[in-house]
Design a protein around this ligand. Sequence first.
Ligand code: FDP
Length: 347
Amino acid sequence: MQTSVTTIERFIFDQEHRYPEATGELSNLLYDIALASKIIAAAIRRAGLVNILGSANARNVQGEEQQKLDVIANETIKNCLSHTGRVCVMGSEEDENIIPVPPEYPVGKYAILFDPLDGSSNIDVNSAVGTIFSIYRRVSMEGRGTASDVLQPGCKQVAAGYVMYGSSTMLVYTTGQGAHGFTLDPTIGEFLLSHPRIVTPRSGKYYSVNESNFGRWEKAMQAAVRGLKGESAEAVAPKNSRYIGSLVADFHRNLIAGGIFLYPADSNNPRGKLRLLYEASPMAFIAEQAEGSATDGVNRILDIVPTQLHQRTPLVIGSREDVGFVADTLRRAAATRSSGPVVQPAL
Ligand code: FDP
């Protein structure tokens, strides 16, 4: 039996102690998130048994049907964070506006954004779902936090991570010192270090995209995806298709095994479907820390300055060479369009 393990607490503590000026507030905030995710994991494990699957008969701000577990996850995170004195304001994919800390509690120096249950259309079919979080240092000088604290570009994140509730529960996070993964040992209720310093392959085996949208993509994106499938074998290694439809699960597989996840803009979603602040930015921070990259097709995700809480963005994320191939294909098509006769890439 293994008697020496690294718990998430010990790992966060060790990392924090590399910075003598650290107050421990961020570390404690990360423990709060780990605690919330254990509660959510327990609710997900029991879901089929206690009949909490299914719709809560409500719609969230995006007009999507809220599942009961979405509501549970959202409330759990808010309850675990709001009283601690570590955050000044929160933003949730499930709430229309920023979420203030209740007046009876003190505020702290961090602003946090979260997608409490990503991939929720997978809940009723027992597939992997996840929680995504993103932490910024507040920029408002006083008071109880404002929208400016959460409307920051991804490059300003001080920490980001996700929890995947799959065959096991895993938490992957970064504070800018590499991306590290922990697996929940349900017998002792602790996240244990299982994937220290994750490095994603430079080019991967998989491409993940909802190809039912193919006919609604611009021609250049169609050409890029055809390239990933093997039509540009001289430029990028041909890939196998894998798509769950749950960002956390699709991203996690490709992070470990290598590959690329795409959610391009299409004629139904001209600005893309995924949310910049709750999904793209935190995942981009992790991807870059694992030596991968993330763009909206061309521009670096972490450089995008948000103007709206629920802003959407196209997302192309994963192994660096594969993301680069898509960006090159799109750039070449744009250059061709702007210089003379319109030549569409062949389908
Ligand atoms: P879901 O709608 O199930 O919550 O942004 C949410 C998300 O899932 C992502 O997790 C997932 O990658 C994507 O949407 C799936 O969208 P499609 O069903 O359009 O492929």
